[in-house]
Design a protein around this ligand. Sequence first.
Ligand SMILES: CC(C)(COP(=O)(O)OP(=O)(O)OC[C@H]1O[C@@H](n2cnc3c(N)ncnc32)[C@H](O)[C@@H]1OP(=O)(O)O)[C@@H](O)C(=O)NCCC(=O)NCCS
Length: 203
Amino acid sequence: MIGRPRSHSSFRSPTRAARLSTLVFAAHDSVRVRRAQLVDAAPLASFAARTFEETFGPDNRPEHMAAHLEASYGVRQQARELADPSYITILLEVGVDLAGYAQVRQRTPPPCIVGPAPIELHRFYVDRPWQGRGLSQQLMSAVHAAAMELGGRTLWLSVWERNPRARAFYAKSGFTDVGTADFFVGPDRQTDRILTAPVLHVR
Ligand SMILES: CC(C)(COP(=O)(O)OP(=O)(O)OC[C@H]1O[C@@H](n2cnc3c(N)ncnc32)[C@H](O)[C@@H]1OP(=O)(O)O)[C@@H](O)C(=O)NCCC(=O)NCCS
């Protein structure tokens, strides 16, 4: 659980803040999409590790999952990412509950990404009770706004080839499949699909 949403004063420009706050109230009064702050590091780290494990735990060995969670999640790492200007992390809240989050970052893409000004959609998770209710679309709109704030014109991401729900969601969100990449869960090498979409102007 995290506290009530705060104002958007942390956004870098009032124009961009206004653009995201428009998204916030577009669909439902109790749904909020806001940029994560440093104080969100602990609840976000716990939410991020839990949702990763719930999504992929059944298809991975427990020791591989534990190694991955240890290496990729945790409050310190989360705080570092929140303080890093090349990342933007967005929270989706329903009432006082954290219902999802997304993270975009500036990172050199794989060679199959040829669009201009690429920005990686690094993480995109909606908690199970909130899946299939249209909230993922709201979070995706905020992802486009955040990518634009980072100067992006092309979004790219990697998704496990054995994650059909996410692949279906990204396909209907306008992403196309352009290649593959290795992804390691502990020592286990898996194959991700690389997807890309143009960054959309959101109002
Ligand atoms: C991926 C995720 C964000 C999508 O959000 P969502 O609210 O579930 O998305 P939607 O329900 O709008 O769309 C999912 C689509 O997959 C379809 N789907 C559901 N289960 C499926 C399955 N097993 N195989 C194929 N398609 C499936 C749904 O029917 C829906 O398509 P439709 O709208 O044409 O009917 C969300 O499920 C999630 O957070 N999953 C766990 C974390 C995750 O996998 N993140 C992505 C990491 S790259």
